[in-house]
Write a protein that binds this ligand. Structure first.
Ligand code: TRP
Length: 370
């Protein structure tokens, strides 16, 4: 079995996503469940291609929904740097859920978390990144009437009473077992998970009645939400429904795009030239020489450029299949794929950057304030 580790703070090794689901105890999203979603709208590409591939209690939440019980959405962002494509992926999906079900969304920005978990970051820095990241969220086109963004240190007045009730139900021994804390961990880290749980109940508190909550996010966040779900009944709230995605791959071939390798990461503010350069150096499934690739074909299974088509940038299933087949047959070389992907990403970023500029005057339309 391959060695790998996935925690909310670190990913190492080659992730086996089926194995991870077993370790965490989450349920696969199967074709029947996707079919069931079809009733509400054409399933999003990320669902159809099983990038969102695992869940907790989605079927139960849909049963409730069909009985007339609505739900709200909750997701979040830890502002430790500028936004990259990997961050946008679950947010794009969250917007699809909002559009499809008309659901309200609470968006938590955890400047406190990144201050506590990153040795070299000040609270001023994490707050600055919070506002940068918020521009990217707004730029994706969420409904301002139904989207409520908050920064932990600024909205703490509302979060704190909920976090306290959560915290009282979690022992140190549970937190240590779930997150692997040590005696040397700072005590803010130990408390933090109760702050990430709070928005899962915030909707119930603001509505004045227990309300179902759906959280679309990376599967690396599951340790937090296992705790959230365990404490929910004791607080009189429904267990949070989870929808989990795989992590967006790095351009260097790793499993997670990460700011720790900026050259293998595409930021939302990158220029077309930078994007071209980064994709030019991407890890592909190409052979050592053109002759050999023409003869034996390439390997899209390991190719990051192909993965980017698959995850986000080729919506047409037929075209995707064609790229795959042509690569395998040696009819298509890496240069062509890289050029096509560069064009697609740059077209996407051009629009995104225009919307991001406009978002600068719209922040308060979206902020939830004390
Ligand atoms: N811990 C997440 C991160 O580091 C941020 C976050 C807070 C979050 N609440 C969330 C992510 C809810 C997904 C869902 O990025």
């Amino acid at each position: 079995m391959a060695e790998f580790e996935v925690t909310p703070w670190e990913v190492s090794g080659d992730i086996d996503y089926d194995e991870l689901m077993k370790r965490f105890g989450t349920t696969p999203i199967d074709d029947a469940l996707i079919d069931r979603m079809r009733k509400y709208g054409e399933p999003h590409l990320l669902l159809r291609r099983k990038i969102f591939y695992s869940h907790r209690d989605l079927d139960k939440m849909l049963d409730d929904y069909e009985k007339g019980k609505g739900f709200y959405l909750y997701t979040g962002r830890g502002p430790s740097g500028m936004t990259h494509l990997g961050h946008l992926m679950p947010w794009i999906f969250t917007k699809w859920v909002q559009d499809t079900f008309g659901a309200h969304l609470y968006f938590q920005i955890t400047d406190d978390e990144k201050f506590l978990f990153k040795d070299d970051m000040s609270l001023e820095q994490t707050k600055d990144y919070a506002y940068e990241n918020i521009l990217d969220i707004i730029a994706l086109g969420f409904d301002p009437e139904k989207t409520h963004i908050f920064i932990d240190t600024e909205y703490i007045h509302h979060l704190y009473p909920i976090a306290l009730r959560v915290a009282k139900k979690i022992t140190f021994s549970t937190a240590r077992a779930v997150f692997g804390f040590q005696n040397s961990s700072n005590i803010g880290q130990i408390f933090y998970t109760s702050i990430q749980s709070a928005p899962a109940f915030l909707g119930s508190v603001l509505n004045g009645r227990p309300t179902n909550c759906l959280v679309p996010c990376g599967i690396d966040q599951d340790p937090h939400f296992r705790v959230t779900r365990d404490v929910a009944p004791g607080l009189g709230y429904p267990k949070t429904t989870m929808l989990y995605c795989k992590l967006f791959p790095s351009l260097s071939g790793g499993d997670k795009m990460s700011s720790s390798s900026p050259d293998a990461t595409i930021y939302t503010t990158d220029t077309p030239k930078k994007v071209k350069k980064k994709i030019g150096r991407a890890f592909t499934g190409g052979a050592v020489s053109v002759e050999e690739q023409r003869k034996n074909g390439g390997n899209p299974e390991v190719c990051t450029v192909y993965k980017y088509f698959y995850y986000m940038f080729e919506e047409d299933d037929k075209k995707l299949r064609q790229i795959y087949d042509e690569c395998r047959a040696g009819e298509r070389l890496c240069g062509q794929c890289k050029m096509e992907l560069t064009e697609k990403i740059n077209a996407f970023l051009q629009r995104h950057q225009e919307n991001r500029e406009k978002a600068k005057d719209r922040i308060e339309e979206f902020m939830l304030r004390d």
